[in-house]
Structures are given as structure tokens and as C-alpha cells.
Design a protein around this ligand. Sequence first.
Ligand SMILES: C[S@@+](CC[C@H](N)C(=O)[O-])C[C@H]1O[C@@H](n2cnc3c(N)ncnc32)[C@H](O)[C@@H]1O
Length: 224
Amino acid sequence: MASVLTSSTLPYRASEAWIYDTVIAPAVAELRGAAEADFVTALPAGARVLEVGSGGGQLAVDLARRRPDVTVTGVDLSPAQVARARRRAATFADRVEFVTGSALELPVEDGRYDAVVSVASIKHWPDPLAGLRECARALRPGGALLVVEADRGCVLDDARRFVARWRMPAALRPVALVLFRTYVAGQGLDLDDARRLLAALPVVDAVAERVPGTPGLLLRGRRA
Ligand SMILES: C[S@@+](CC[C@H](N)C(=O)[O-])C[C@H]1O[C@@H](n2cnc3c(N)ncnc32)[C@H](O)[C@@H]1O
């Protein structure tokens, strides 16, 4: 049966959403935290934030907690992920919403958001550049774009450290490392991809860089 492992553009099924949330998302949180620190503090007062590929809603909840003035819209291809995110964010329902939709056709108005963020999702998009153009379309002029993804060129030690934080018995880590390098980082971006993608977007102050000590990289810029 097809799964997100064998076909990375499929929506996560409920079982895959559960496995991702339980086993892997805690490690991703650390990667996200390193990449996000400046992004969160730089959000203007009352900012509207769009998260693309919002998964189980961890980032949206974290943002809502850290910034009581912001509103967050999460978009995810998987109805199972959207349901999971809504449950997680129930106490912030007045400021955090989730909708089912594709990065390639974001169900949002042009220029509505002060910031667009996406973590560990772009590798699943059938056309990453088209998705990023949609992210740029959703941003107001000067709005911030932040994309975090696994680095196809990551070093083995960073991948090992990352997998060591997955919630699973240590004996399974060698298998997890192979899975991570093949299906996660292996389908992620490298720095050249990231620079090429940014160069094709209507953004200024574009930066593509590795997140030190992690197998991740980030792309950021501001809507021209
Ligand atoms: C690896 S998970 C990351 C979830 C979350 N951002 C996190 O950091 O924990 C990837 C997410 O991207 C979503 N996704 C995959 N393809 C997508 C697309 N074309 N448009 C929107 N979301 C997509 C998946 O359903 C999944 O929830």
C-alpha cells in the first residue's frame, strides 16, 4: 500500500500523522527552535502568520503561546493532520485556525500575512518553487518568509544526533538513521537548491544557510 515513505507527495494518513507526531516531531521541535528564534521576536505587533504544512500544530501552538498578540493560520494537505492540529490548539481556537489545502494552491488572499513559515514540509511538495511562489503571494510587501527543511548535504554526525532524539528504543536507531538519510534528508534540499529557489522568488534579503549542529537548513527573505 502506498505511504508517504514510498511516495512523498501523498497526504499523511492518520497512522503516519501519529507516528510523525509521537516519534519524530519532538526532534524537529529542536531544529525548528534554532531556526525560529529571531523570526518569532521580529514579528510585528498583532501579526498574522501563515504556516504551510502545519502538521500536528506544534509550531502554531508554540507561536500562540509565545506571542499572545498574533493570529496563526495553518494549512496542511492532510485532513488527519488538520484534525490533530485542531485538537492540539483547542485552547487557542480564537487565534489559531487550521484548514486543509495544498501549498501549491494556498486557500488564502494575496498579501494577507505578515509572515509565512514552513517547517519540514517543502520536500513533500510536488513543485517546491510553485509552493514558494504561493507563500510569497500570501505575504504583504516586507513580510517575512522562513522555510526550514532537512539538508540533503547534512553530515553524518548531525543526522545521528538528530535521530538520537527520536522517541524510540535506542536499538532501533541505526534503522532510523538509514530511513532519515534516505527518505527525509534524501528528499530534502541542499544549499544549492535553496539558493536557486530563493533567486526565483520576489524576495529581498534572501539567505540560505545550514542550521549549525543540526541536519537542517533554512531559507529566509522578505517579500519585495
Ligand atoms: C514532516 S511533516 C512536518 C509537520 C510540521 N511542520 C512539523 O514541523 O512538525 C510534513 C507536513 O507537510 C504536509 N504536506 C505535505 N505536502 C503538502 C502540500 N503539498 N501542501 C501542504 N502541506 C503538505 C504533510 O501533510 C505533513 O503534515
